[in-house]
Design a protein around this ligand. Structure first.
Ligand SMILES: *[C@@H]1O[C@H](CO)[C@@H](O)[C@H](O)[C@H]1NC(C)=O
Ligand SMILES: *[C@@H]1O[C@H](CO)[C@@H](O)[C@H](O)[C@H]1NC(C)=O
Ligand SMILES: *[C@@H]1O[C@H](CO)[C@@H](O)[C@H](O)[C@H]1NC(C)=O
Ligand SMILES: *[C@@H]1O[C@H](CO)[C@@H](O)[C@H](O)[C@H]1NC(C)=O
Ligand SMILES: *[C@@H]1O[C@H](CO)[C@@H](O)[C@H](O)[C@H]1NC(C)=O
Ligand SMILES: *[C@@H]1O[C@H](CO)[C@@H](O)[C@H](O)[C@H]1NC(C)=O
Length: 772
């Protein structure tokens, strides 16, 4: 093939061909002239003079190639001509014809792809510019261009490459399969830049949030120029007013903006490897279609694909293609459409399906809503949602179950319509959601070896004495020993920047906090300062002291990427971090109403607020504990770590600094000096060296709630009077003014049981609080 190439008289404008090692029969060009061709997979065209980009045949499978442009060193493909029609490696040819047409041919057959161009009188040549643009244009006049790859992007925009009304980005099918996938970034008719999921049966826009007006998302519909561009410094601006800057804003690294196969738009910067320096701040499950139809998405920090979510079929459904969740699930029963008025409904709590409503019926009882759904043959179930404004329940029957999300953040249940024969299902059976990862769960031992005769008080005294109770935050992340649920994540470059998570420089934070002048809190792990960020957001900046910093930067980033991914209304949000030299800082949202501890001290909370705080805190902890593939134990639940926002909505704080257990470590081997809670709130397991499970947080939660409702500190609460049969305990007898409160106390007492097995899970606590 090399022989054939040399026969073509290749006229090189800027340099002579640079031959690769002789063993490889390939040629490197900087210009392709009329009448010449690239004809073996090894022949490439490089950008001149820097050789940053290479164009040629990129292997996409066994003996399958696509005409592509990629970063020479970083091996990231930025453009493909024939992504959906790869060509054979043999006899494949890209020719620049004398007519001025650029043609890709597969084994002598018809052209697979052409540029559809014709040269005018002037001679044309194909050149790859340093911007990454492959340009077909006049040899004499470089501004005379007849075709350029920048005008037909695939899934990537390079700095300086505009996205226009005529172009769109289309994701790949998967990180390894480059064919056209399901997501598109484009300018819509109303001049707004949007992300669309376009599956085989369904398509829907998911960004900006479709339930909001454009202006509510900060978008303008007035400028019809429809252009968006990422500049060289990492600033992106679109004519609809959408703008952002990458976290490493400034001249420097090579960048690319890619619509990834998971529907998330990201900017990557090259620093010996690709790092995510910005990504579209949409929660992982709000990307439409990720789990397909009849399926539920849950947030899961260490999901198998490292995407911050996992998918599972609805009960009585099975996955169509386990390798590709976007195909969704199909029912295991055959009668569809089902028009049987004997159909039953299965309640699935904390679940919402978005869109595809048949109608909307206000103020309906559950029975009314069921019969509305039964009256439509194609009703697959309904959302039953309480409208806090109107104080009534609303009914949303649905024809299609798409965009399903299960999260402890949702109060409203979904009712799934099933054939009568399936009535044996009940909610107490675990959903497949949990089953999905059961093979990977390492069950922690729960045997309670030593009975404690002296009751809880004794153990509390012990905990104070033995541990000295330093206020050290401790979050234990027990990574389950599993192939499916973890390991891979670490090599994903985007682990380092989670959704909406910013990397700050030390100077940024020093400036924001006016040289760390206003201290607002202090704990074993560090001091918290108030600060105002460059974008005027008020933040709580936690400066970790050296003792609580584990290893190097990598380790720190791995730990905090977890915090950044946790996203729940009842967890304090972490906006970013700084890891520079010896400095380790975390930036959190700042809540003005202080901690529960301060509010308890000043006696400002009425019963309704107390209930909301108990419920919200339970939801936050349930989210930490329950998200499928791992446990995040807080280990230091106490009133100081429950912050209140302007509406007294609680947010659990300080679930941040984790001590991640390596796979080989067993819980028993934990160095006890690392495990410190706060006296009074600590579960007996700590003292007796029993296996630590999520139930330690449940215990602390119970004590906090009791403290809140009784107004007594943990040391004053008379646990000795707490009976096993908690409903008749003296604590609850003391407070009988309302049923809700009684229920709250009953639940709290159950949480504070000495035996960990007797305590409910946080998810059960949420359920118990909501159903009374
Ligand atoms: C080069 O091409 C551009 C665009 O076609 C044209 O406007 C310009 O006049 C040409 N310059 C010369 C010197 O021919
Ligand atoms: C890539 O995905 C496309 C579309 O789903 C499929 O037809 C094709 O077979 C896949 N290619 C490989 C190599 O898996
Ligand atoms: C419309 O957007 C373009 C590109 O961002 C900008 O240059 C132009 O000034 C805008 N026009 C108006 C009227 O704002
Ligand atoms: C809801 O419906 C019930 C019974 O139909 C009615 O008594 C009640 O007033 C309604 N409530 C509202 C807020 O419309
Ligand atoms: C989950 O566990 C059950 C019972 O232990 C088992 O039958 C089932 O196959 C497991 N599921 C998976 C996905 O391994
Ligand atoms: C707490 O929030 C309420 C309601 O927004 C406000 O009136 C009150 O002043 C706040 N308390 C503090 C201490 O800021």
């Amino acid at each position: 093939m090399a022989v054939k190439l040399t026969k073509l008289i290749v006229l090189l404008v800027t340099s002579i061909p640079i031959f690769l090692p002789l063993s490889s029969p390939s040629t490197t060009y900087t210009t392709l002239n009329q009448g010449s061709s690239l004809s073996s997979p090894g022949d490439v065209l490089v950008s001149s003079p820097s050789r940053v980009f290479t164009a040629g045949f990129y292997p996409v499978g066994d003996n399958a190639y696509c005409l592509s442009i990629w970063f020479t060193r970083a091996r990231a493909v930025v453009w493909m001509a024939n992504r959906d029609h790869p060509v054979n490696g043999k006899a494949t040819k890209l020719s620049l014809l004398h007519s001025g047409n650029l043609v890709l041919q597969d084994a002598g057959l018809l052209p697979v792809w052409t540029s559809n161009t014709a040269a005018s009188t002037a001679a044309v040549a194909l050149r790859l510019l340093d911007s990454g643009d492959l340009v077909l244009g006049s040899k004499e006049n470089s501004s005379h261009v007849i075709w350029r790859s920048f005008d037909s992007p695939t899934n990537t925009l390079l700095p300086g490459q505009p996205l226009t009304v005529n172009t769109k980005l289309t994701s790949s099918t998967s990180p390894t399969n480059h064919s056209s996938g399901f997501y598109k970034l484009y300018f819509d008719n109303d001049n707004v830049l949007r992300l669309l999921f376009s599956g085989s049966d369904l398509s829907s826009v998911f960004w900006p949030a479709p339930w909001k007006a454009s202006w509510e998302s900060g978008r303008s519909t007035y400028n019809n120029s429809k252009t968006a561009v990422l500049d060289r410094r990492g600033g992106f601006s679109s004519s609809d007013d959408f703008k952002f800057k990458t976290s490493d804003f400034g001249a420097g690294p090579r960048r690319r903006m890619t619509l990834d196969a998971d529907g998330v738009l990201r900017v990557y910067s090259w620093r010996r490897k690709w790092e995510v320096t910005w990504q579209l701040p949409v929660p992982p499950c709000s990307v439409n279609g990720v789990c397909g139809v009849n399926s539920l998405c849950t947030y899961s920090t260490y999901s198998s694909a490292g995407l911050g979510r996992s998918c599972a079929c609805l009960p009585w459904h099975r996955a169509k293609n386990v390798g590709d969740w976007s195909e969704g699930c199909v029912p295991d029963f055959d009668r569809i459409p089902r028009c049987d008025s004997a159909d039953v409904f299965l309640r699935i709590s904390h679940t919402e399906f978005y869109g595809y409503d048949i109608g909307f019926d206000q103020n309906k009882t559950l029975e009314e809503c069921e019969s509305i759904c039964l009256s439509y043959c194609d009703c697959r179930g309904f959302q039953y949602k309480f409208d806090w404004g109107a104080g009534v329940y609303n009914c949303f029957p649905k024809t299609l179950l798409f965009n399903g999300l299960q999260s402890t953040g949702f109060d409203s249940p979904f009712y799934l319509r099933l054939p009568p024969s399936s009535s044996s299902w009940s909610e107490t059976k675990p959903l497949p959601l949990q089953l999905q990862c059961n093979n990977s769960v390492v069950e922690l031992e729960r045997v309670y070896t030593r009975e404690n005769k002296y009751g809880l008080l004794r153990s509390l005294a012990w905990s104070a004495g033995v541990l000295g109770a330093v206020e050290v935050v401790c979050v234990l992340v027990f990574l389950y020993k599993t192939r499916a649920c973890g390991e891979k994540l670490r090599d994903q470059s985007f682990i380092q920047v989670a959704t909406g998570f910013t990397r700050f420089t030390y100077d940024d934070l020093k400036r924001a906090s006016r040289s760390f002048s206003e201290e607002i809190g202090r704990g074993g792990s560090g001091v918290v300062y108030k600060g105002v960020l460059a974008d005027d957001r008020v933040a709580a900046i936690k400066r970790l002291n050296e003792a609580s910093q584990g290893g190097g930067e990598e380790e720190f980033l791995a730990e905090i990427s977890l915090i950044g991914r946790l996203n729940h209304a009842n967890l304090i949000q972490c906006w970013g971090y700084c890891a520079q030299g010896r400095h380790r800082l975390l930036v959190y949202e700042y809540l003005r109403n202080g901690s529960l501890a301060e509010n308890l001290a000043s006696n400002k909370l009425d019963r309704a607020k107390q209930f909301e705080i108990a419920l919200g805190t339970a939801k936050g902890l349930a989210y930490l504990h329950d998200e499928c593939l791992e446990w995040v134990l807080h280990c230091d639940v106490k009133p100081h770590n429950i912050l209140l926002d302007d509406n007294y909505k609680p947010k659990v704080a300080d679930f941040g600094l984790s001590k991640q257990l390596k796979r080989s470590d067993r819980v028993e081997n934990l160095d006890m000096s690392l495990i410190r809670g706060t006296r009074g709130y600590m579960a007996p397991e700590w003292v007796y060296n029993l296996p630590i499970t999520a139930k330690v947080d449940v215990y602390s939660y119970g004590v906090v709630v009791l403290e809140m409702v009784t107004g007594k500190s943990p040391k004053e609460i008379d646990f000795d009077l707490v009976d096993e049969d908690t409903s008749s305990s003296s604590v609850s007898d003391g407070i009988e003014e309302c049923d809700g409160l009684k229920n709250l106390v009953r639940v709290a007492l159950q949480c504070a049981q000495e035996k960990s097995d007797a305590r409910p899970s946080m998810r059960e606590v949420v359920h118990m609080l909501l159903t009374h």
